[in-house]
Design a protein around this ligand. Structure first.
Ligand SMILES: *[C@@H]1O[C@H](CO)[C@@H](O)[C@H](O)[C@H]1NC(C)=O
Ligand SMILES: *[C@@H]1O[C@H](CO)[C@@H](O)[C@H](O)[C@H]1NC(C)=O
Ligand SMILES: *[C@@H]1O[C@H](CO)[C@@H](O)[C@H](O)[C@H]1NC(C)=O
Ligand SMILES: *[C@@H]1O[C@H](CO)[C@@H](O)[C@H](O)[C@H]1NC(C)=O
Ligand SMILES: *[C@@H]1O[C@H](CO)[C@@H](O)[C@H](O)[C@H]1NC(C)=O
Length: 290
C-alpha cells in the first residue's frame, strides 16, 4: 500500500518537473520571439528624438524685453515639437502652428533646422513661469524652461544704506537693462534736487572735477556717479531715475569715524590723509638717515 502511494508521489513529482521545464522553454521561446521582433524593428527605425541639453533653460528678461526660449531637438523624424505654458497647461504651439490668440507668442523654426524657439514679445511679469518643450513621442518627452520677467527699472549696486568716510571716494553704480523696448537714459538726484556735476573751477588736487557722472550703453545701461573727497554735506538719498522705468535709491552717510557695517572702501588715487602722513614721515626718516 505504502509502496503504491510512494510510486504515485514520485510520478507526480516527475510530471511537475517536466511541466516546469516545458513552461521555462515556452517562456524562453516567447522571449526569443520578442527579442527578434525588437531587433528587426530597430533595424529600420532611426534613432529616437533627443533634446539638446546645452541650451539655457533658466531665462531672465525685463518687462518689455523680448525673450527667447530655445528648444533644439535632434532626430525629430515624423514627430512634432510643441510648447506648453505650465501655469494653465495651455498648448501655445504645435509644430509651426500657433494655438494662442496672444500674438506676442511666436515659434521661430528656420526650415530644416532643429531649432524650435519660442519668442515672447513685450513680456510682462505675469508671463513668468515654467514653459515646457514637448516632443510627440510615446510616451511624450518634455523639458522645462523657466522664464523670469523682472520689473523694468534701475538698480544701484551695493547696500541700500552706504557709509563712507569723509575725504574718501564715493562711487554709485546704477544699472538698467535695455532692449528693443528702449527705457531711455537715467538722471541722478540727491533728495529732490538733480545732482550737479562739478564745474571745471571746482577741481581737486589732481585737476579732476569732484563730482562726475559717466553713462554708457552696451546692451545694458551703466551710469556711475563719482564724488571724490566726500564731505558730510554730500550725505543724503541718491536716486538713479530712468526716463520711463522705476527709480533706484540709496541712502549715503558720509561720516568721520569708522562704521562697522556697509563701509565703502574706496580711497582716492591721491591717497587718504593717513597714507599721506605716513609718506611724509617716511621721507623725514629717510632724510635723517643721510
Ligand atoms: C525601411 O523602411 C522603408 C520605408 O519606410 C522601406 O522602403 C525599406 O525597405 C525598409 N528597410 C528595411 C531594411 O526594412
Ligand atoms: C534662475 O535664475 C534666477 C535669476 O537669474 C535665479 O534667481 C534662480 O534661482 C534660477 N533658478 C534656477 C532653478 O536655477
Ligand atoms: C539654432 O540654434 C543655435 C543655438 O541657439 C544657433 O547657433 C543656430 O544658428 C540656430 N540655427 C538656425 C538655422 O537658426
Ligand atoms: C517641470 O516643472 C514642474 C513645475 O511646473 C515640476 O512639477 C516638474 O517636476 C518639472 N519637471 C522636470 C522634469 O523638472
Ligand atoms: C532718506 O530716505 C529715508 C527713507 O526713505 C529717510 O528716512 C531719510 O530721512 C532720508 N534721508 C535724507 C537725508 O533725506
Amino acid at each position: 500500500m505504502l509502496c503504491r502511494w510512494l510510486t504515485v508521489l514520485i510520478l507526480a513529482a516527475f510530471l511537475l518537473v517536466i511541466e516546469g521545464i516545458a513552461v521555462t522553454q515556452g517562456t524562453f521561446a516567447r522571449d526569443q520571439k520578442l527579442l527578434g521582433a525588437n531587433v528587426f524593428g530597430t533595424q529600420n527605425v532611426t534613432n529616437p528624438p533627443t533634446f539638446e541639453m546645452n541650451m539655457p533653460r533658466n531665462v531672465t528678461t525685463a518687462v518689455g524685453q523680448t525673450a527667447f526660449l530655445h528648444c533644439r531637438v535632434h532626430q525629430l523624424g515624423d514627430k512634432e515639437v510643441s510648447w506648453m505654458r505650465k501655469r494653465d497647461m495651455h498648448i501655445l504651439s504645435a509644430g509651426i502652428l500657433m494655438y494662442t490668440s496672444d500674438l506676442r507668442f511666436q515659434v521661430i523654426h528656420p526650415d530644416k533646422s532643429e531649432n524650435w524657439t519660442l519668442q515672447i514679445k513685450s513680456p510682462q511679469i505675469r508671463d513668468s513661469g515654467v514653459y515646457e518643450c514637448q516632443v510627440s513621442t510615446e510616451p511624450k518627452m518634455s523639458l522645462n524652461y523657466s522664464l523670469n520677467v523682472d520689473a523694468a527699472g534701475a538698480r544701484i549696486l551695493g547696500p541700500s544704506d552706504l557709509y563712507v568716510k569723509t575725504g574718501s571716494l564715493l562711487t554709485l553704480t546704477c544699472l538698467m537693462s535695455q532692449g528693443p523696448h528702449d527705457l531711455g537714459t537715467v538722471a541722478w538726484y540727491r533728495g529732490n534736487e538733480p545732482v550737479v556735476t562739478s564745474p571745471h573751477s571746482e577741481n581737486d588736487v589732481n585737476g579732476e572735477p569732484r563730482i562726475t557722472v559717466k553713462t554708457e550703453w552696451s546692451g545694458a545701461l551703466t551710469s556711475r556717479l563719482k564724488i571724490t573727497h566726500a564731505k558730510s554735506s554730500d550725505s543724503g538719498n541718491y536716486s538713479c531715475v530712468p526716463t520711463v522705468a522705476q527709480r533706484a535709491i540709496v541712502n549715503v552717510h558720509v561720516i568721520n569715524g569708522e562704521h562697522p557695517a556697509a563701509m565703502q572702501h574706496g580711497n582716492t588715487a591721491a591717497g587718504s590723509p593717513a597714507s599721506k602722513t605716513v609718506l611724509v614721515m617716511l621721507a623725514f626718516f629717510l632724510g635723517q638717515l643721510r
